[in-house]
Design a binder for this molecule. Structure first.
Ligand SMILES: Cc1cc2nc3c(=O)[nH]c(=O)nc-3n(C[C@H](O)[C@H](O)[C@H](O)COP(=O)(O)OP(=O)(O)OC[C@H]3O[C@@H](n4cnc5c(N)ncnc54)[C@H](O)[C@@H]3O)c2cc1C
Length: 221
């Protein structure tokens, strides 16, 4: 196994990783970046990009429904969730390709695979086909992101933001736990297609679901 030498190795091709890699390469460093899933990381594949693509669709749909109030008619507004998903996936593909091209344009060596620190300065990259490559650098930056937090074990009915984005059909009703940006965006998206049978509720994390249970009454006496 050969040992390729770099000034900097970045593990993780999300927004954090590609910004570091590109900036270092622009300053003349020899840089390699390793990504195991998709260029652009969570933001491109399970975060900012797919959610904004979905919100663009639901926003246009909501605007269409309001147009008649302004005296403009465009016929009855309809939607096709399969086409919406295709639009989202196409947007994600273009964004991921953009990240990869931008890295290559900055002179960064892109490597697809799982990065593992084997020894000080040494990183092993295992490609999807199982082939390994050994890289060396005096500086290694670990930018391998995070996973969605779960209160209950995920299942077909208990979704995380990752599994929500994989749904093949819109749910008829849903409870969203977490009223911060991601929860609000999902609720805004779902609300736009609201039907009489649909229902959506929020639970802010400070709601009673997260509060401590009261002590048994015997202990209180
Ligand atoms: C639903 C949702 C919506 C969001 N919307 C927005 C938004 O609108 N605006 C905004 O600013 N932020 C948004 N975010 C947050 C944003 O996605 C994150 O802040 C950002 O992706 C973090 O970047 P990162 O590089 O630190 O990690 P990540 O993007 O998670 O990237 C880490 C990468 O490292 C890779 N990796 C991990 N381990 C290894 C390994 N051993 N070898 C090789 N590769 C590895 C992973 O595959 C991943 O691609 C959103 C997040 C979610 C979940």
């Amino acid at each position: 196994m050969s040992l390729e030498s770099f000034d900097l190795i970045v593990i993780g091709g999300g927004p954090g990783g590609h910004a570091v890699a590109e900036e270092a390469a622009r300053h003349g460093a020899r840089v390699a970046i390793i990504e195991r899933n998709g260029w652009g990381g969570t933001c491109t594949h399970r975060g900012c990009i797919p959610t904004k693509a979905l919100l663009a669709c639901s926003g246009h749909y909501a605007s269409l429904k309001k147009l008649s109030r302004m005296g403009v008619a465009a016929g009855a507004a309809t939607y096709d969730f399969a086409a919406i998903r295709r639009h989202r996936d196409q947007t994600v593909r273009i964004a991921a390709l953009g990240v990869e091209k931008s890295l290559e344009g900055a002179g960064v060596e892109t490597k697809t695979g799982e990065g593992r620190i084997a020894a000080p300065g040494e990183v092993i990259c295992t490609a999807p086909n199982g082939e390994t490559e050994s890289l060396w650098a005096c500086c290694i930056v670990i930018v391998w992101g995070s996973e969605p937090a779960t209160i209950f074990p995920p299942s077909a009915r208990i979704l995380t933001s990752d599994t929500f984005l994989r749904l093949a059909a819109l749910p008829k009703s849903i409870v969203i736990i977490g009223g911060s940006v991601i929860g609000v965006e999902f609720a805004t998206f779902l609300r736009s297609w609201a039907s009489p049978s649909g229902s959506w509720r929020y639970f802010h994390p400070s709601s009673p679901m997260r509060r401590k249970r009261p002590e048994p009454s015997s202990k209180r006496n």
